[in-house]
Design a protein around this ligand. Structure first.
Ligand SMILES: Nc1nc2c(ncn2[C@@H]2O[C@H](COP(=O)(O)OP(=O)(O)OP(=O)(O)O)[C@@H](O)[C@H]2O)c(=O)[nH]1
Length: 390
């Protein structure tokens, strides 16, 4: 009996000792949760797990199948706008639509069997309504009267030919319409864009950058319209679309210093052209003169200003012309950009503004699209007004 109790005690003790060893294993302190192993690209394009993770598996660097890497947000796509050549011909339908009343109206009046005084008056009125201006309208009518008298009977082609020649004579000046954007030995060409706010000045600056980039040039933009923060914002968007750097400062900063920095940047970058957008609020003539004059003078400390483009809204008629005169008095305008020609039947403003300012229209805006700015070509313009010969 004693031996049995002793054997049971031995068995129980043995059980406790072995059970303690195998069942009650000391707990390891809990490790903090591991972040998922970071992955990196090696030179060969394979993805290797971090060494720490590999070590833990006790097998040196481990090559694992590349996992889909979350896509980085796409870099803004740089656009390649179409070149400037032939743009007006491409946009001809816009012109034909807006100027149809003028062209067709004149052609039908001139084709009447009898051209009496009242018909000639109507022709003159049609021209004046299209903003050609009284002097030019009178000249056109007088010249047409003489030619029609000499001709006697008229075929539609002859009438179209006569009118085409007269309109061209009024529109075509012998001045150079090329926008001077070629860089020179000392640095980039500088174009200043001036005009009243709302005429399409900032839009034109952006569109012009696209024209130049489309023609293979490099461009830097200067947001010197510091009066309105949104103008710089707008310009930054235009610039980013074509990869053109935009130099800007805070709202209210000195426009001349922005212009200076833009030209410095253009020179440092070896850019072809720097385009400077300016503010054009017509507070007082002196204020405007001071501001634009200073911008120009400050730029000229570095390099000449090659072009001063005045942006005019074609839909504003006489009012626009008055504004144009003020600008022409304060800065030496070298070219006119006539915007919003797609929204008016008053294409005759081209004649009047060139006459008044003695400066050629160099570019025309024919819509809100980014590539709706075209070098002005008098023949394409007149042909669009008159429609195709029947
Ligand atoms: N239909 C049409 N709209 C145009 C044309 N050019 C510009 N616009 C529009 O005119 C409006 C004014 O253009 P902006 O470029 O902001 O005018 P802005 O003169 O720079 O005015 P600020 O930025 O205030 O200096 C915008 O809605 C343009 O899209 C054009 O040729 N045709």
């Amino acid at each position: 009996m004693d031996y049995t109790i002793f054997a049971v005690i031995i068995f129980v003790v043995a059980l406790l000792v072995f059970g303690g060893v195998f069942l009650i294993r000391p707990r390891r302190p809990e490790a903090p949760p591991k972040a998922p192993p970071q992955e990196r690209e090696d030179g060969a394009g394979t993805t290797t797990a971090e060494p720490e993770a590999a070590e833990e598996q006790g097998a040196g660097p481990v090559v694992v199948a590349p996992e889909p890497v979350p896509e980085a947000p796409p870099a803004p796509e740089i656009e390649m706008p179409p070149p400037s050549a032939g743009r007006l011909v491409r946009l001809r339908a816009r012109l034909a639509r807006s100027q149809n009343a003028l062209g067709k109206g004149l052609l039908s009046l001139l084709s009447a069997d009898r051209l009496d005084d009242s018909t000639w008056e109507e022709i003159e009125d049609t021209l004046i309504t299209s903003d050609v201006g009284v002097t030019a309208a009178t000249q056109i009518v007088e010249s047409l009267r003489t030619k029609v008298k000499v001709l006697g009977s008229r075929t539609p082609e002859e009438v179209r030919g006569l009118l085409r020649a007269e309109l061209l004579a009024q529109i075509e000046t012998d001045q150079d319409r090329a926008v001077r954007t070629e860089p020179h030995a000392g640095g980039p060409a500088v174009v200043m864009v001036v005009g009243v706010n709302g005429t399409g000045k900032t839009t034109t600056t952006g569109k012009l950058a696209r024209v130049l980039v489309g023609d293979g040039r490099s461009v830097v933009l200067g947001a010197a319209d510091t009066f309105r923060a949104a103008a710089a914002e707008q310009l930054a968007t235009w610039g980013s679309r074509v990869g053109a750097p935009v130099v800007r400062k805070d709202e209210g900063a000195d426009p001349a210093s922005v212009a200076f920095d833009a030209v410095s940047r253009g020179t440092a970058d070896g850019a072809d052209t720097v385009i400077v957008d300016t503010a054009g609020r017509l507070h007082t003539k002196t204020g405007l003169m001071d501001e634009l004059g200073k911008v120009k003078r400050v730029i000229e400390k570095k390099t000449p200003v090659n072009e001063v483009l005045l942006v005019l809204d074609a839909t504003t008629g006489q009012n626009g012309l008055r504004q144009a005169r003020v600008f022409a008095e304060v800065v030496n305008i070298t070219g006119i950009v006539l915007t919003k020609l797609d929204g008016t039947a008053k294409g005759g403003i081209i004649v009047q503004v060139q006459r008044e300012l003695g400066v050629p229209v160099k570019l025309v805006g024919l819509g809100e699209g980014p590539d709706d700015l075209a070098p002005f070509d008098p023949e394409a313009f007149v042909d669009a007004i008159l429609g195709d010969a029947e």
